[in-house]
Design a protein around this ligand. Structure first.
Ligand code: ADP
Ligand code: ASP
Ligand code: MG
Length: 436
């Protein structure tokens, strides 16, 4: 079975939704994962923020504006009165729920219920559309099989356990539709896999059912060799290894959710990145294989905080790094980059929730310096131990930009530098011009 995921723009208009069948072959048994209609999750975020701020009037206005959009949407999508009536019921139900959520106490639990409505709407409306045109399909509720554990990590075995019987119930059905992004957490509450999480859903389902392939259909012809939103003339990469794709996704290539590669990688399921607007384009194939002797792509991750701990006493002592890392572990804060010298350690984090507490504890080791508004630029390629010259090329390209940290040799395929975010655009462009 294949898993096909369509992102926000791919379901972004009634026309786009109807065109999905140019790509989906309803005679093949497959699971189709849909994101919310583009823009909807952003709107839902705003509605939640208004409620959280206690501004019910603003929330009501935002809900009305969004509902009006869906009223128009269903009129174009569902052209037969019987199905338009069904579509109307669907949106009345979901928008009624949004309106009623603030009647009692509004907390992050209700906020997450709000965020889930986008994918519930898109999948249910698409299901009604398929009925209208006589294409049989089964709507699978993601909340019945997508679950995260106490560390907010999805549980693949749970997906297998729950999804297998759901699929077996419909032996004669080919097309299964489900929601990306949404899940239940360890308390059974509605939650999500963080922004862009539908990619992660697709990969998790692919792993859960040991699918033959996962296809991520989006609005661009695969992973490009630099961020197309910032750099002109970027090109798609035909082939990437799981490790390379994971580095790029984690370090900012928005086309893939940061964690989405791992489930597919674990079960060796090929992932294809494909373009809904140009289905014939080759896109990017992600497997265990990698093209050798090449710099493949550049990505950038903003919102990074660098922390430097300086201590001539402690660094010579063994066990110092362990004690330092334990501080981060206690606050469940992951570290991205590390560089060390004999008297100091610099490292980066992106989650600053506990920065004050972390800094306080680090003060026990020595002097602590914090630099905010940093960006990691990650260059991915084949940089095995026998290779030479690549680091020189990268550093030459950014020789006019102050570098806060350099990390090389951590793996065979990543060279990262840390710079001020204000230098990012220049760094990406200069690297692009010199490396490709
Ligand atoms: P979807 O809604 O289909 O999930 P996204 O907006 O999340 O789509 O991801 C696709 C977008 O990612 C592209 O339109 C592009 O602007 C952006 N992007 C950022 N970096 C890259 C890259 N290296 N390669 C391709 N696309 C990228
Ligand atoms: N709709 C969610 C978002 O906008 C999930 C996704 O599109 O992947 O973040
Ligand atoms: Mg996305």
């Amino acid at each position: 079975m294949k898993v096909l995921k369509f992102g926000g723009t791919s379901v972004g208009s009634p026309e786009r939704m109807t065109k999905l069948l140019d790509i989906i072959d309803p005679t093949e048994r497959q699971i189709v994962v849909l994101s919310a209609v583009s823009g909807t999750t952003n709107n839902l975020v705003e509605i939640g923020q208004a409620y959280l701020a206690g501004d019910k009037t603003r929330a009501t206005e935002l809900i009305k504006t969004l509902k009006d959009k869906y009223e128009i949407f269903i009129k174009e999508l569902l052209t037969k009165p019987e199905f338009l009536a069904q579509g109307k019921e669907v949106i009345d139900y979901h928008f009624g729920l949004l309106s009623n959520l603030a009647n009692d106490l509004f907390t992050t639990i209700e906020d997450k219920i709000i965020l889930a409505q986008g994918e519930l709407l898109s999948t249910t409306l698409y299901h009604v559309y398929l009925k209208q045109i006589g294409v049989p399909s089964v709507l699978l509720p993601a909340l019945d099989f997508m679950k995260t554990d106490e560390d907010s990590e999805p549980v693949v075995d749970y997906i297998t356990e729950k999804l297998t019987p759901l699929l077996a119930k419909h032996p004669n059905n080919n097309l299964f539709i489900t929601q990306g992004y949404i899940c239940r957490n360890v308390f059974g509450e509605i939650d999500n896999l963080r922004r862009g999480g539908s990619d992660y859903t697709a990969s998790l389902i692919g792993a859960g059912i040991r699918s033959e392939e996962v296809q991520i259909w989006t609005d661009i012809d695969g992973m490009h060799n630099n961020d197309p939103r910032i750099v002109k003339g970027t090109k798609p990469i035909a082939q990437l290894s799981f490790d390379e794709a994971a580095e790029l996704a984690y370090f900012g290539a928005k086309i893939l959710h940061p964690q989405s590669v791992f489930p597919a990688q674990k079960y060796k399921i090929p992932v294809r990145l494909l373009n809904t607007m140009d289905p014939q384009a080759a896109g990017t194939l992600i497997t265990n294989d990698s093209e050798k002797d090449k710099i493949k792509s550049i990505a950038a991750k903003d919102g990074i905080t660098a922390i430097k701990v300086q201590s001539s006493r402690m660094l010579l002592a063994h066990g110092f790094l362990r004690k330092l890392f334990e501080v981060f572990e206690r606050y469940k804060t992951s570290i991205d980059m590390i560089t060390t010298s004999e008297v100091a350690v610099s490292l980066t984090i992106d989650d600053t929730t506990y920065l004050t507490e972390i800094k306080k504890e680090l003060n026990a080791f020595g002097s602590v310096e914090i630099d905010e508004n940093q960006t990691i630029i990650c260059v991915v390629g084949d940089f095995g131990v026998e290779k030479h010259g690549y680091a020189a090329k990268v550093l030459e390209a950014v020789k006019h930009i102050p570098l806060r940290m350099i990390s090389y040799g951590g793996s065979d395929h990543n060279l990262s530098i840390l710079i001020k975010t204000e230098e990012k655009t220049e760094a990406l462009r200069s690297l692009h011009n010199r490396l490709f």
